[in-house]
Design a protein around this ligand. Sequence first.
Ligand SMILES: Cc1cc2nc3c(=O)[nH]c(=O)nc-3n(C[C@H](O)[C@H](O)[C@H](O)COP(=O)(O)OP(=O)(O)OC[C@H]3O[C@@H](n4cnc5c(N)ncnc54)[C@H](O)[C@@H]3O)c2cc1C
Length: 302
Amino acid sequence: MSSIGTEKTRLVFWGGQAFAMMPFGLYILISGIFSVGLHYYSMKGVVIVGGGPAGLAAAIYAGRSERKTLLLEKGSYGGRINDTYEIRNYPGTIADSGQHLMEKFREHAGSYPTVELKRTTATGISKEDNLFVVSTKRRGDFKARSVILDLGTRPRELGIPGEKEFVGHGVAYCATCDAEFFKGKEIYVLGAGDQAVEEADYLTGFASKVTIIVLHEKGHLDCNEVSAEHAYRNPKIDFCWSSTVQEIKGKDHVESLVLKNVETGQVREVSAAGLFFFVGMVPQTEMVREMAACDKSGYIGK
Ligand SMILES: Cc1cc2nc3c(=O)[nH]c(=O)nc-3n(C[C@H](O)[C@H](O)[C@H](O)COP(=O)(O)OP(=O)(O)OC[C@H]3O[C@@H](n4cnc5c(N)ncnc54)[C@H](O)[C@@H]3O)c2cc1C
């Protein structure tokens, strides 16, 4: 750490940052001058927002055509597929984990000298003349001729009382990530589509019993037939038909669920160590909804 200045006005340099020990107004003035002075745009040919499989694939193609490319990723390179313990439908790869396959995608994208990968959140996109300006949380702003959006999706939340409070304490959205916390326990899954039924099957490798809560009447699942048959044959899977979750209860952790039968209106409380939500995905397009036409679910394009 080093410092310069007088008794009242002092700039302290610490870890590459400058902190001013001075009257507050003066501090604001100086930090304003600093930030205006330091504001610059880095120019790119293409900025790719999102480093999931789609973004990394786009970076590979941009790299092959020698475009000056920047890919921005706010989480882990590879996106949602990182949560998959086994992939069996990627041609040329009989079976691989999502993380390993995505590590190969990332390595491939990064192998091109014109491709740069940065970990930060893109916070906004605007247009200046014929160029796009992509603002980020920690890495400044970038100008580019083209922007490719690979924003992906996130699990839908329903806002059920208790849902938010118990996230990470019995409420979960990813079986691969959280299954091991429910070893030998009785848990519930909400949803009846492919993801819900397949993940319920996976969860039976850990939990003692998995009950799938289905909004539809008995025998009606939204998933593919193969997964449905598989689930019906699994002795650790049970179904709770025509029902939904009204409330999630517990102290530090989920202890019970209040279930409502949507046909009869009957409400009952069941004990449960956890609840997995698989009720669809939400596109992460908030940032571009003013710029690009989105449908009513938020997906780009009408
Ligand atoms: C548990 C599970 C199992 C699956 N199993 C399979 C399977 O076996 N086979 C299969 O084909 N598919 C599978 N899928 C589906 C697959 O994961 C998705 O189809 C795929 O990940 C979609 O890729 P994407 O690049 O479009 O989006 P995503 O994977 O969602 O990637 C989008 C990326 O963009 C980033 N991002 C978003 N907004 C910003 C921002 N503002 N700034 C910076 N970065 C941002 C996100 O952090 C994310 O990394 C599975 C999914 C899950 C959850």
